[in-house]
Design a protein around this ligand. Structure first.
Ligand code: KG4
Ligand code: ZN
Length: 332
């Protein structure tokens, strides 16, 4: 069994996962309420909250898994070591090092994005490859293909804003608070997605993304029509984002002859995106794996899942493991 630890941003998470990727426990505590009045995560507050939460969250994860906190039968500890907020990352990394040393078990540093890419396996451990995965989070928008177990090739990424960032910025402009994704998702279901014809940046060619122009178009449209129903703006914005994302997934899947389409990252919780990607998979007669909502957003079970892969490769970390706020994902 692997103990996973994730503290890259405002969530403090710990999980115990068995080798068949069954989840024995998974605890997530968020400090989001502290940041809401500032319209975004305040790094200093997030780091302090991590320090307060890490002990109780670890205790809970071990207790929920029915393990003795002093001598648990854990085989390794996997921890997010980047990218993310350095003050937050260091809390998890330090805790993981202490446990590795105290329990005499391997320490495995995990890239947060690799964790998101392993989340679909928590639903289905034996995905038929090639798998095309769209990873859409607050900081990243990546389209990757996995042809060999755990080897990800980059197909496309964003040249400016991440999809989640666009959601958060538009929501902020519309006065919907932080984080914006869930608020826009809810509101969009009551609006008219055809009320505004927003641009579909880079939709018709390639596998790259760009969301900055779309965000600007939304702001301009709202400025020009201040009385427009916010639900219509939200629905039209979401329709544009989802249209582009689904078109890229379809293009990538056709290009690599995918057998499975998967989603990961916070924006993968979006109801319209889930529906659109399910349609694409059905159209191509491919399997579709959508992580549960709790496994789309930040959690430690996905870090433990990635940990098993690293452990099988013998890729363990030294006790000198550091936190790297801009850690890049290594592609095959
Ligand atoms: O993966 P995540 O929890 O953290 C990062 O690694 O960034 O993703 C957070 C992002 C935020 O931008 C949030 O607005 C977005 O995911 N998000 C959503 C939804 N739920 C969360 N975006 C659209 N629709 C949602 N339902
Ligand atoms: Zn994340």
């Amino acid at each position: 069994m692997i103990l996973g630890i994730e503290t890259s941003c405002d969530e403090t998470a710990a999980a115990v996962v068995a080798e068949d990727l069954s989840i024995r426990s998974s605890v997530v505590v968020s400090s989001i309420a502290l940041h809401q009045e500032f319209g975004g995560v305040v790094p200093e507050l997030a780091g302090r909250a991590q320090v307060e939460s890490i002990g109780p969250v670890l205790e809970r994860a071990l207790a929920d898994a029915g393990l003795d906190a002093h001598a648990p039968s854990i085989d390794a500890v996997a921890v997010t070591c980047g990218p993310g907020l350095v003050g937050s990352l260091l809390v998890g990394v330090s805790a993981a090092k202490a446990l590795s040393l105290a329990w005499g078990i391997p320490l495995i540093g995990i890239n947060h994005l690799e964790g998101h890419l392993f989340a679909p396996r928590l639903e289905r451990p034996d995905l038929a490859r090639p798998v095309v995965t769209l990873l859409v989070s607050g900081g990243h928008t990546l389209l990757v293909v996995e042809r060999e177990d755990g080897e990800f090739e980059l197909l496309g990424s964003t040249i400016d804003d991440a999809a989640g960032e666009a959601y958060d910025k538009v929501a902020r402009y519309l006065g919907l608070g932080y984080p914006g994704g869930p608020a826009i998702d809810r509101l969009a279901s009551t609006g008219d997605p055809k009320a505004f014809a927003f641009p579909r940046p880079m939709r018709s060619e390639g596998l790259g993304f760009s969301f900055s122009g779309l965000k600007t178009a939304v702001i301009r449209a709202v400025d020009a029509a201040p009385g427009a129903p916010v639900a219509d703006v939200a629905a039209s914005f979401q329709a544009a984002v989802v249209d582009v994302l689904a078109a890229k997934v379809a293009r990538a899947a056709a290009l690599v002859g995918a057998r499975t389409i998967a989603l990961g990252g916070g924006v993968a919780a979006n109801s319209a995106l889930r529906a659109a990607v399910t349609d694409v998979a059905a159209q191509f007669d491919m399997a579709c794996v959508l992580p549960t909502l709790a496994h789309c957003t930040d959690n430690a079970a996905m870090i433990a899942a990635a940990g098993f892969h690293r452990l099988r490769l013998g890729d363990v970390s030294a006790l000198s493991l550091g936190a790297d706020p801009s850690l890049a994902l290594e592609f095959a």
